[in-house]
Design a protein. Structure first.
Length: 462
């Protein structure tokens, strides 16, 4: 296991590299293969040489041969080498043919190249990434119209206690039950929140707040979730809302991305995943007015209004936090509303979704691999530009912390850096060379410490 390392760069740009060896599957566990680059942050200048070192603890004459591939943008092979099973370590010196992202994978015979035994990545000259397509000329006018539509229909939030049935669902985990009981005894509260929206499902989430303290006004935190419908990771959580309220003495709204009800039995979410929300990522992609994410972004604007119109908000600190799809919502929220003072976007999606137009990997959810002259592709490219994080980042005033994994093939480095480069100072980025999307969706203790320090910094007066 490699020890965490950090490199601090001027102008409030922080590159924290955590190169941690991970077990990624049966073959990996049996062969004890790892691969690492020679720079802890995985970031190199143009023309600089990178060194990849493959290590294995089971080296023997009878051990299987390993195949190393280096792929530009995870699809264009630029180098392939085989390593005898007897070699305990093997180094590859690599000078790229061009700047960009290079994914180094190690596989064993019979292994799945899409799920390599070990992988890491590097990026050469990340500052050079620019949006694949410009923002639409009427980008600001379009979103101003959406805000006006929301303002024209005033929403009265409905805040009610959890039902006994919801508590049974939320407290099924004994640790969660104990946490909720402990914090409620201390005076913390958690409630259901429903906020009507316009033409789409309402906001549904949990609102948690610290014990009343006279006239004290508090910072606010808005939590967003990763993609999906029927998994626990993509739902609001009463325990999560309470934890943030306790940790940061904050007002916390934990939102469901899809306007799903809180704390329902699993069949409710299964039915949505197989029915109404099946393939939601591409629903309505031929029109900006019907694209699924319009409703999601309308809900996040309602969520911001809910927190910022509360009399107990301090009027200064509003931090948005999200992973993957939640990271996309975080960046969108910061670009749509200047009241967002800070943002934490981990492996954010929807970054340079139009990558296809420039021959780059597209940010999740992409638009498929159609031909650029295909009418459906043209319509999709026209639509997604209104929802691309790169365009929201260009308009954001929030201090922002972004995390990117160089072994992430879902929300890959080219898109994330493209969005990050549009942000104005102050901004920070954490680069993790050897971690993929799912690994970074469950942060290590070291990463959580960095995130918590950033949120703490931005929920207090400085």
């Amino acid at each position: 296991m490699h020890a965490p390392a950090a490199t601090f760069v001027k102008s409030r740009l922080l590159v924290l590299a955590l190169s941690l060896a991970a077990t990624l599957g049966g073959a990996f566990a049996q062969s004890a293969l790892t691969v690492a680059c020679d720079k802890p942050d995985g970031v190199y200048a143009t023309g600089q040489q990178a060194v990849f070192t493959v290590s294995r603890s089971d080296a023997a004459e009878t051990a299987p041969v390993a195949t190393v591939k280096i792929l530009r943008n995870n699809r264009e092979p630029v180098l392939t080498e085989t390593i005898p099973g007897s070699e305990a370590t093997h180094s590859i010196r690599f000078t790229p043919p061009a700047d960009g992202w290079y994914h180094c994978t190690v596989t064993l015979p019979g292994g799945d190249e899409k799920k390599p035994a070990a992988s890491t990545g590097v990026v050469f000259n990340p500052d050079a990434y620019v949006p694949s397509m410009p923002a639409p000329d009427d980008f600001d006018a379009f979103w101003a119209a959406q805000k006006a539509k929301l303002a024209a229909e005033k929403a009265v939030p409905v805040v009610v206690p959890l039902t006994p049935e919801q508590k049974l669902v939320e407290e099924a985990n004994p640790d969660h039950r104990a946490k909720i009981e402990s914090l409620e005894k201390q005076g913390f509260t958690v409630s259901n929140v429903t906020i009507p929206c316009v033409d789409v499902r309402p906001v549904e989430g949990y609102f948690a707040s610290p014990p009343p303290s006279g006239k004290e006004r508090r910072p606010a935190i808005l939590l967003f979730h990763a993609a999906g419908v029927d998994g626990g990771w993509c739902r609001a959580s009463a325990v999560s809302a309470l934890n943030y309220a306790q940790k940061f003495n904050a007002l916390v709204l934990d939102m469901n991305a899809h306007g799903m009800l809180n704390g329902q039995p699993q069949p409710y979410y299964d039915a949505l995943a197989k029915g109404e929300l099946l393939g939601y990522q591409s629903q309505g992609r031929d029109s900006r007015e019907h694209f699924y994410f319009l409703g999601m972004f309308l809900r996040l604007m309602r969520g911001i209004d809910f927190l910022c119109t509360r009399p107990d908000w301090d009027g200064k600190h509003l931090v948005c936090i999200g992973i993957s799809q939640g990271g996309a919502q975080t960046l969108a929220a910061a670009g749509l509303d200047p009241r967002v003072s800070a943002a934490v976007a981990t492996v954010p999606g929807m970054c340079d979704i139009t990558g296809l137009a420039a021959g780059k990997p597209a940010g999740w959810p992409g638009i498929g691999d159609g031909k650029l002259d295909d009418e459906k592709t043209k319509q999709a490219l026209a639509t997604v530009r209104y929802f691309d994080a790169v365009n929201f980042c260009a308009r954001s005033k929030a201090e922002t912390l972004v995390t990117v994994g160089f072994a992430d093939t879902t929300c890959s480095a080219p898109g994330v850096f493209t969005a990050y480069n549009q942000l104005k100072p102050s901004k920070r980025i954490i680069t993790v060379p050897d971690k993929g999307h799912h690994a970074l969706s469950s942060p290590t203790a070291a990463l959580s410490e960095q995130y918590n320090a950033f949120v703490l910094e931005h929920t207090k007066d400085r």
